[in-house]
Design a protein around this ligand. Structure first.
Ligand SMILES: Cc1cc2nc3c(=O)[nH]c(=O)nc-3n(C[C@H](O)[C@H](O)[C@H](O)COP(=O)(O)OP(=O)(O)OC[C@H]3O[C@@H](n4cnc5c(N)ncnc54)[C@H](O)[C@@H]3O)c2cc1C
Length: 382
């Protein structure tokens, strides 16, 4: 049986970052991706801030950027508008990525650092001894293979099964799941440079977005709370209604349809076990208010890879020797997850009239940035 120090299941941003940093730390690393192509199909609106990319050591590169973002527009159901050019303070604000290329870029960095990358290679089962993963069954192009490991990284995204196979309960309440549907649309009349959010009862428990990808082309999507979704009134039903109601969108063409889900819980734990680490969406580490998780995936993957590398050199991979990982990500983001989860719980209970008043009030505040923490401050003054 082939053996690696670290096997990473899932080559999204979290898995590739974990593989990159574990390989840089001198470990033998296998990065598995069940799909034929890393980064595809895209299930993301692709918005990310420059500040947060830089925080995890990634410099923007035109090759994987679709468009630059300088500000945010938020609209209430009754027509109140909050529009902020956020570039006035510190220049560039963020990007709408091309995740097909961005995800490949991070996986390529992992490969250059020495990780072995295999696509169309699905982790199918986890074998454990004394409660600790020792090998995974992998189905690849050439059939089934059992692969031995020192540490397993569950980086298999929202639908994560790998952690569950290893004995960890990652289930979520329906109230802590948003079901999403998104169209990549061309021929739409959108304002370049601004990510737009539309709130209210047209998207029960969630919101709609328009993220510009280039002239006349945008990711147009929405998420609704799973507990408020039904077979007839699903995310796609609300998205079609939204597109039809907006003349600037309704004449456009749909080039791509994608679905997906995000967790909107206040985090989860533990994320470290003997021989097992959970990262990114698989660890439910994602902004529960916005559903933004690219940064969270990159950040948790980075810390996980580094801590695993340190633990491996010390001959470990025990929960104790890797506990630093959980300390690091919690120190960075737990408070924000808690605050944003409370804000989400409040938001889903607001009716359209309250949202109208809230957006009108936020618009009068002279905000320089539209970040969840700024909006929460506005809400607290109501
Ligand atoms: C509609 C939608 C819009 C979004 N928009 C934004 C946004 O604008 N900005 C933002 O920051 N976040 C956004 N998110 C969230 C963001 O996409 C995720 O948080 C992010 O992709 C998480 O990265 P990850 O690496 O943890 O998981 P993923 O990106 O989901 O990667 C997991 C990978 O694991 C692979 N995999 C799964 N099972 C196995 C297995 N058994 N074996 C091997 N491989 C496996 C999958 O194929 C996948 O490639 C959005 C999400 C959705 C659904």
């Amino acid at each position: 049986m082939k053996e690696y120090d670290v096997v990473v299941a899932g080559a999204g941003p979290a898995g590739s970052m974990a593989a990159l940093h574990a390989a840089r730390g001198g470990l033998s690393v296998l990065l598995l991706e069940k799909r034929a192509e890393i980064g595809a199909p895209k299930r993301c609106a692709e918005g990310v801030s420059l500040r947060r990319l830089r925080e995890v050591g990634i410099e923007p590169d035109r090759k994987w950027i679709s468009s630059e973002i300088i500000g945010t527009t938020m609209r209430s159901p009754g027509g109140a508008v909050l529009k902020v050019d956020e570039s006035s303070e510190d220049g560039e604000v963020g990007y709408v990525l091309d995740r097909h290329l961005f995800d490949k870029h991070i996986a390529k960095l992992a490969a250059e650092a020495g990780a072995e990358v295999r696509t169309r290679a699905a982790c199918r089962a986890v074998s454990a001894e004394d409660g600790r993963p020792v090998s995974v069954a992998v189905r690849g192009i050439d059939g089934e293979e059992e692969i031995g490991l020192g540490c397993l990284v569950a980086a298999d995204g929202f639908e994560s099964q790998v952690a569950r196979w290893a004995g960890v309960d990652t289930s979520l309440r329906a109230e802590d799941i948003d079901i999403c549907c998104q169209y990549l649309m061309s021929g739409v009349d959108i304002e370049p440079g601004y990510c737009e959010f539309l709130l209210g009862s047209g998207t029960p428990g969630g919101y709609a977005w328009i993220f510009p990808k280039g002239p006349g082309i945008a990711n147009v999507g929405l998420g609704i709370q799973a507990s408020l979704s039904s077979k007839e009134r699903c995310a796609r039903y609300y998205l079609d209604r939204f597109v039809a109601s907006e003349p600037r969108l309704s004449k456009g063409s749909i080039l791509e349809i994608s679905g997906g889900a995000v967790s909107t819980c206040p985090g989860f734990g533990p994320t470290v076990y003997d021989g097992l680490v959970l990262v990114g969406d698989a660890a439910r580490i994602i902004n529960p208010l916005t559903g933004g998780g690219i940064y969270h995936a990159l950040m948790t993957g980075m810390h996980a890879g580094r801590v695993i590398a340190g633990s491996g050199k010390a001959g470990g991979y025990t929960a104790e020797s890797m506990a630093e990982y959980e300390r690091l990500w919690k120190e960075r983001i737990q408070e924000e997850l808690d605050t944003n989860w409370k804000a989400k719980e409040r938001y889903v209970r607001m009716d359209d009239a309250e949202i109208d008043r809230f957006i009108a009030k936020a618009a009068s505040f002279g905000l320089k940035k539209v970040r969840p923490e700024e909006l929460i401050k506005v809400a607290r003054t109501q």
